[in-house]
Design a binder for this molecule. Structure first.
Ligand SMILES: Nc1ncnc2c1ncn2[C@@H]1O[C@H](COP(=O)(O)OP(=O)(O)OP(=O)(O)O)[C@@H](O)[C@H]1O
Ligand SMILES: [Mg+2]
Length: 409
C-alpha cells in the first residue's frame, strides 16, 4: 500500500506554464471531502487569470499522477506559501529600498540651466529666474506658499505640464502667478470658458494695410517668447484647441502651424504650460456645479501632472487674512472669519449649500467688514447678493453662530 505522501504544504498551490495562448495554470487546493483535492484549470488572458474551464475533485493518487504529467508538460509550481512569503518580504523591503533610490535620484539630479543663472527659493525649491518681462505678474506679499505646493513648484522647474483642479477660488491661478511673479517669468492667460477660438489660440491670417499677415495666437506666442501659458478652465475648451495642445504636452513638444504652411514652433526653454479646471478627474463629482464642463479623457489627463488643490486650512487662511489686511485685521477676527469659511465649505460638501465659499470671497468680505464695521452689511455685496436666498439664509445662520450681534444691533 502506498501511504499518501502528499502533504498540503508541498503540493498545494498554482502550477503555471507559458503557452502561445497565454499563461496556462492549474490550481491545487484542499477539497471539502477529506483526503481529496480540488483542481481548477484556466488560461490567463490580458491582465486577469481568465475563466476556470475545468474544476474537478481527485484523490491523492490521482493528484500524484497529475503532478507527474504537469511536470512533463512544463508546469512549474508557484506555491501559495512561497508566493506569500515572497510578497511579505517584498512588502517590507519596498519602502527602505525606495528611500535609498529616491536619495540617489535627488543627488544625481541635474539642475536645469537658468536663463540668468539666478534662482529664487520658493518653499523648498530653487526656481530659476526668468529674464523679466512686462507680463510678469505683481508679487502678492500676503500670498502663502503652503507646504503642499512644493511638489507643484518642483514640477514647474522640471518643465512638467501641470494641471491644477479644484473649486473656484481655491487658489489655482494665483499659485502659478505667484511662482512666476517671484521668479520673474511673464504669464499669459487664456480662458476656455467663453469666446476663445482656435484662431485666438493658435493664430490666424488677416489683412493689414493691404498685406496679408499671420498673427500668432497665445500658444505660439508663449512658446516663442518663453512665457508661462495658463489655459484656464480647460474642461470648456473646443476639441480643436485640445488637439493643438496635445502636440506640446511633451516637455519639448513642438507645435506645427498647419495654417501657416506647416511652420514648426520650437518651445523656448523658459516656456511652461499650465491648465486649470474645476470639474475634471477627481473633481468630476462636482460637474453639476460647473455647467457645460466637458469630461476629459484619461489619455489626455495622463499627459499632465494633475493636482487637486483644496482650500487653505483655517489656520493658513487666518494667516492670509492677517497678511492681506494688515495692519487692521487682528488674529482673533481672522480666526473667527476663517472658521466661518470652513463651516460654509463643510455645508457645501454636505450639499446643504449650493455655492462654494472661496478664499477670494472671504478676503473681500473681510475687507468690506473692516470698512463698514458691520459683518452683515459687508456680507450683502460680498456674499448674499451672489447666492440664492436659501443659501444666503444658511450662511447668515453660520455667521450668527460665530458672531453675536452687539447690544444695540
Ligand atoms: N495661498 C494663498 N495665499 C494668499 N491668498 C490666496 C491663496 N490662495 C488663494 N488666495 C486668494 O484667493 C484668490 C482666488 O484665488 P485664485 O484666483 O487663484 O483661485 P482659482 O482657483 O484660480 O479660482 P477660479 O477657479 O475661480 O479661477 C486670490 O486672488 C488670492 O487673493
Ligand atoms: Mg483661476
Amino acid at each position: 500500500m502506498n501511504a499518501p505522501e502528499l502533504t498540503e504544504d508541498e503540493n498545494l498551490g498554482l502550477y503555471q506554464r507559458v503557452t502561445e495562448h497565454g499563461a496556462e495554470w492549474w490550481r491545487v487546493s484542499v477539497a471539502d471531502r477529506p483526503e481529496n483535492y480540488r483542481l481548477e484549470h484556466g488560461v490567463a488572458n490580458g491582465g486577469g487569470p481568465g475563466v476556470v474551464d475545468i474544476d474537478l475533485v481527485v484523490d491523492a493518487e490521482n493528484l500524484r499522477a497529475k503532478l507527474k504529467k504537469w511536470r512533463r508538460e512544463g508546469f512549474a509550481i508557484d506555491t501559495d506559501k512561497n508566493a506569500s512569503e515572497q510578497s511579505a518580504a517584498g512588502r517590507v523591503a519596498f519602502m527602505p529600498e525606495l528611500q535609498r533610490a529616491a536619495a540617489r535620484a535627488a543627488a544625481a539630479k541635474p539642475r536645469p540651466p537658468a536663463e540668468t543663472g539666478e534662482t529664487v527659493r520658493i518653499g523648498h525649491v530653487d526656481v530659476p529666474c526668468g529674464a523679466g518681462n512686462p507680463l510678469v505678474p505683481r508679487v502678492n506679499p500676503a500670498y502663502l506658499f503652503s507646504g503642499r505646493f512644493n511638489d507643484i513648484v518642483e514640477d514647474i522647474v522640471e518643465n512638467r505640464r501641470v494641471m491644477l483642479i479644484g473649486h473656484t477660488g481655491a487658489g489655482k491661478t494665483s499659485l502659478i502667478e505667484q511662482v512666476a511673479a517671484r521668479s520673474h517669468h511673464g504669464v499669459l492667460r487664456s480662458n476656455m470658458n467663453g469666446q476663445t477660438t482656435v484662431g485666438d489660440f493658435v493664430g490666424f491670417w488677416t489683412v493689414k494695410g493691404g498685406e496679408t499677415i499671420w498673427v500668432d495666437g497665445v500658444l505660439p506666442t508663449a512658446m516663442r517668447e518663453g512665457l508661462w501659458l495658463i489655459v484656464d478652465e480647460i474642461d470648456f475648451a473646443e476639441p480643436s484647441i485640445l488637439a493643438a495642445l496635445t502636440a506640446v504636452l511633451e516637455p519639448h513638444g513642438r507645435l506645427v502651424l498647419k495654417e501657416k504652411g506647416n511652420e514648426i514652433v520650437t518651445p523656448h526653454p523658459a516656456f511652461r504650460l499650465f491648465a486649470t479646471a474645476n470639474a475634471v478627474g477627481a473633481m468630476s463629482q462636482f460637474r453639476h456645479l460647473y455647467q457645460g464642463a466637458n469630461l476629459m479623457n484619461e489619455a489626455f489627463l495622463d499627459r499632465w501632472r494633475v493636482y487637486l488643490l483644496d482650500y487653505l486650512t483655517p489656520a493658513e487662511e487666518a494667516d492670509v487674512l492677517l497678511a492681506t489686511l494688515a495692519p487692521h485685521m487682528t488674529r482673533a477676527l481672522a480666526t473667527t472669519l476663517a472658521a466661518i469659511a470652513a463651516d460654509c465649505r463643510a455645508a457645501f460638501a454636505r450639499e446643504d449649500l449650493s455655492s462654494a465659499f472661496s478664499t477670494r470671497r472671504l478676503l473681500d468680505w473681510a475687507e468690506l467688514m473692516l470698512r463698514t464695521g458691520d459683518p452683515e452689511r459687508a456680507a450683502g455685496p460680498a456674499i448674499y447678493a451672489k447666492v440664492s436666498p436659501e443659501d444666503a439664509a444658511l450662511i447668515r445662520g453660520i455667521i450668527r453662530h460665530h458672531i453675536a450681534p452687539t447690544a444695540d444691533a
